[in-house]
Design a protein around this ligand. Structure first.
Ligand code: FE2
Ligand code: FE2
Length: 265
């Protein structure tokens, strides 16, 4: 009999408002989708940029199985040691080997082993090594060790993310894009069985500019002068996807979740 697995993947959690949104909505999402795994991108979880050990621990305590990161990984120095110690938090695998942390982990639920991989794009991003050859190396390392693989492709350029989706089609369960904080309308299962979306979006304030208070973001764009950004508190939403999977590293469905968190502030 085939074994069904579902994975809830939550887009970039932005600041305290994003964390509160996730915590407020998670019980109803669990009830509705009964995910076996919950994975969240936490690169903006601490005050809008980066993550701290305390926040990561709080997310794990709330039932998040694994946390992925991105270009803001190293904003808070106190997280460096934690990234080396805690298996369940991953930064892009194609960062330099000398940089703290690791790029993939394996989490297990009911005997199902899920590999969680973080990769950074190279276009307009600061990853030290190429995304495509590195993802091959990671999949080689995971061979035989996992039942499913979810790749968080953290990238600016849609073309690079679409390319990664096609490159990995049939080789991983899902490729989910993050980083732009704006959800795209192209969620689908590719022909060889990989669930794909170019960007999941963010879990945070839709009333700002990709998370930042809009008046500050606009001031920066208008004046071209340095502005201290603050996280917006307006109109929080949760952006996520739910991936259904069967046997043999194949996805059967991907459903977008775009949920307002009324009452969260
Ligand atoms: Fe982000
Ligand atoms: Fe990012």
């Amino acid at each position: 009999m085939s074994k069904q697995t579902s994975i809830l993947f939550v887009g970039d959690i932005v600041g305290g408002i994003g964390r509160r949104t996730l915590l407020a909505l998670l019980p109803s999402l669990r009830e509705r989708y009964a995910p076996d795994f919950v994975v969240a991108n936490g690169e903006n979880a601490a005050g809008g940029i980066g993550i701290t050990p305390k926040i990561a621990r709080d997310l794990f305590a709330a039932g998040i199985d694994a946390i992925t990161l991105g270009n803001h990984t190293y904003r808070h120095r106190e997280v460096y040691g934690y990234l080396d110690e805690e298996q369940r938090i991953v930064r892009p695998a194609n960062f330099l080997r000398s940089q703290p942390g690791h790029g993939w982990c394996v989490v297990v639920h009911n005997g199902v082993r899920l590999g969680v991989v973080s990769i950074s794009g190279n276009l307009f991003m600061n990853a030290g090594r190429p995304a495509f050859s590195e993802v091959d190396a990671v999949l080689h390392a995971l061979k035989g060790e996992v039942d499913h693989v979810l790749v968080d492709m953290h990238a600016e350029a849609t073309s690079e993310k679409v390319g990664m989706g096609w490159y990995l089609d049939g080789r991983v369960t899902a490729v989910v894009g993050t980083h732009t904080h704006v959800p795209t309308a192209d969620a689908r299962v590719l022909p060889a069985g990989t669930a794909y979306i170019t960007d999941v979006g963010m879990t945070g304030p839709r009333g700002g500019v990709i998370g930042v208070k809009r008046e500050l973001a606009i001031q920066s764009m208008v004046t071209k002068m340095p502005i201290r950004f603050e996280t917006s508190g307006e109109d929080p939403w949760l952006n996520a996807v739910v991936i259904g999977a069967g046997d043999g590293m194949r996805a059967t469905s991907i459903e977008q979740v775009l949920a307002p968190a009324s009452g969260v502030s």
